[in-house]
Design a binder for this molecule. Sequence first.
Ligand code: RIB
Length: 299
Amino acid sequence: MDLVVVGSLSTDFIVQADRMPEKGETLIGHGFSTAFGGKGANQAVAAARLETKTAFIGAVGDDTFGEKLKSNLKYNNIFCDDVETFTGVSSGTAHINIYDNDNSIIVVPGSNGLLTPEVLEKHLRVIEQAEYVLVQNEIPVETIEYVINHCHQKGVKVIYNPAPYIDIDISTLEKCHLVTPNEIECMSLFNLEPSKAVAKYPKKLIVTMGDKGCLYHNGHQEVLVPSFNAEPVDTTGAGDTFNGALAAFLTKGKTLEKAMLNANLAASLSIRKMGAQGGIPTLKECKEAVQNVQGSRIE
Ligand code: RIB
């Protein structure tokens, strides 16, 4: 398998409004929808739409949402033999408010919280056969540490997207091939500005900075990899698209800098439609977009 994603699946409940309500205030919104989400699932979909052979390890409940979350992965050509279904448990949900071209999210883990190291043990064989493993923070921290330590022992490259922020031992991060926080997560993890943090972890730390692009250090100097212009409709899942696409382009043998540039393009395309997965581009869409980017260094 090129890529194994260990992570969350959720149903996103999306509300659109002009602003966030104040404490105690009731506000009239102007749109509601449900969509497939969860950082793990979004990242897996991003990689699979770029034609990377992707498997998913995760957990759903036996409610009405669980089966749909799994079917959606299958529909996106993701191998789901390692998705567990827990009886009597709710599947993960995320409650998303969209306003002012941005969002705020409350995640209720449900079954994602039951993906413990004991459960994961049954699926180690899949992990060991992967070229890359991609993991994020919507599953228990013990499981994240277990995955990273196991991959480190077996020589499997882990890309760790520490989102949303949780407290995790820095020594665990050092065992990862790449760590991809955004600016806020970077500050929380290292208590350092992006520029100082990437200098401390050259070729390992990539700090995503939204429409400013992403920052890393190539061992000689700091490099800002630019983003691409897009009219935002919904920015939910742009970071997930970046991470899934980054892994996908690395499995295709791109250099790190090229993979980051391509992943920035995929992320910018993803925000043009509603829903975390709604705008995630296919390989064909990425290639077409490249032709429209004048002077692009993408290939
Ligand atoms: O990163 C976006 C995702 O975060 C959403 O799809 C939602 O499920 C939340 O977990």
